[in-house]
Design a protein around this ligand. Structure first.
Ligand code: 5GP
Length: 135
């Protein structure tokens, strides 16, 4: 599978690299939602979260934590979001598993929180039952 991100890893497309190890690669997002918006990807291309083997997932999580800590120390944001889109309905545009680290400053409006919905206890129970049956 060739994606824009595999081409970045191979050096065919340039990027601003932040970190690299055996399984993961981190670089600056070309269209940042906020200052310091960084992407962490698996070197092996998997379309989305549910396709990624557990050891690679763990490696991406470790790199995400490491880079997020570095962003906090370097840029002093008030917080940060970890965003991970799966499927075009969820906003995924590059089908190569990746995690966004988006530094946030109070009142920056860089991302909007979802509007709170309403829930029905019986429906929540039914949904949980359906999900649990697939675990
Ligand atoms: P998604 O919408 O799939 O969760 O996120 C894809 C991200 O990749 C977007 O934030 C987009 O700005 C970033 N992106 C797409 N193409 C490139 C590129 O060529 N270079 C870099 N550095 N980022 C890219």
């Amino acid at each position: 599978m060739d994606t824009i991100f595999t081409r970045i890893i191979k050096g065919e497309i340039s990027c601003v690299r932040v970190y690299e190890d055996e399984h993961t690669f981190a670089f600056m997002d070309i269209a940042p939602a906020a200052r310091g918006h960084t992407l962490v990807i698996s070197k092996e291309p998997y379309p989305q979260l549910t396709d990624v083997p557990a050891d690679v997932l763990a490696a991406v999580a470790q790199t995400t934590k490491r880079v997020a800590q570095a962003i906090v120390l370097a840029l002093h944001p008030d917080g940060f979001n970890i965003v991970q889109n799966n499927g075009s309905a969820a906003g995924q545009t590059v089908f190569h598993y990746h995690v966004h680290i988006i530094p946030r400053w109070q009142g920056d409006n860089a991302l909007q929180h979802w509007p709170p919905g309403s829930s029905d206890a019986a429906e929540l129970q039914e949904l949980a039952d359906q999900i649990r049956a697939q675990l």
